[in-house]
Design a protein around this ligand. Sequence first.
Ligand SMILES: Cc1ncc(COP(=O)(O)O)c(C=O)c1O
Length: 437
Amino acid sequence: MTNTPYAVWHGLTPMGPHLRENGPDLFLVSGTDSHLVDAAGRRYLDARSSMWNVTLGYSCEPVKRAMTSQLDLLPSGTVLRYEHPPQVTVDYAEALVAVLPAPLRHVRFGNTGSQMTESAAMLSRFYRRMTGETDRHTVIALHEAYHGTGPLATALTDEPILHDYSAPIDAHVVHVSTPPPVSCDPATCTGECVRPVIEAVEAVGAERVTAVMFEPVSGTSFRPAPPHYLETLIVECRRRGIHSIADEVTTGAGRVGAMTYIERLTEVPDMLVLGKGLSAGYFPLAALVVASDIYDALADPPVRLGFPNGSTTDGHPVGAAAGLAVLGILTADDFFTRVRRRAAELVEMLMVAAKSEPRIGAVRGTGMMLGVELHDADGQLWSLRDVSALRGMCREYGLLTSYSIGVMPLLPHLTVTANDCRELVERFVKAVAALRP
Ligand SMILES: Cc1ncc(COP(=O)(O)O)c(C=O)c1O
């Protein structure tokens, strides 16, 4: 220890109370496969894939090799303007759109999910400016949404406390505070499921709404939106000339046992945001993928102006090389089938554990994006504070997790072994038992 003050200012953490309540945090020094080692030499199973992004574990040699080769070949570059783009970035964009549903065919690269959700909303507004619908500014987002932070991303995120303390924020964002339904049967659906969204659109005036943004699986409740609900939402938006934007920063690139959640829908949204797993967390990489008609409409704008949005390191060749290598892994050898099978095994192990620990309830989620319900004796779901305490106990038992309201998020690497899953459940159950008052 030195006397130098702690130099990192962490976002989203009030440092004083955090340090007083939890003491200094563990510092991680190395990682292999699903495990991490801290500065004191303790070993942890990572059940939250760093920040849900390290989808292929910490020893993914093909991705490391692709990145180091790219460092030797062309270590930097940009697609900020159309000015000598790196070849590998162009190749990556072509490979990426080839595995996404048509007409999502054009990629704007960025570094973070927040940057790209903002970019999506800004692009929707820019489109309106260019096509003469100048009254359309409002973006509608859903209950419990997390779309990142930033002037517009914070506004899109449904966390009132963030809004209060980031004020003033973009005033043209409206949240629909009714959660999406838990189920929606196409055979009996009357369209009522999307009524709250349509009512929000009508309250603003459809001619003033530019886009609706949604997460297919809430990263707060871990409830997947029913496919038919999302299909109806997309159709109803289209009917009113409103862009639909799927935020798959977490769900995309394999997390739900498929390249995207939206590929199971019969309707394709106008824009798709990807991030986190695109590079398996080995490089800051995110993407906004846009339908051809939006790209075509802006290719020859009335004013000679490109979409005014971008940063120096967008489309960085090392990130593109990582992305290409990840895509190679995701699309080979029935990768997604294996992810879904392993996820089903993990859920089964959790259900068995629930039989001997009544506080462990149902498992929500899909693929390797799971949320385990935690109940009090009277059936009440745990508070955020209680789940956070369990997270601390998990850490004591060598298991790193996130936390949410009423559920313990479990998002291990997509490549976890059956042994890893057994270890995860064992440690989790021990931590729950140790928390007994
Ligand atoms: C659905 C969703 N959108 C956007 C973001 C923001 O991404 P980033 O943290 O890379 O800015 C996140 C991050 O957790 C997310 O889960």
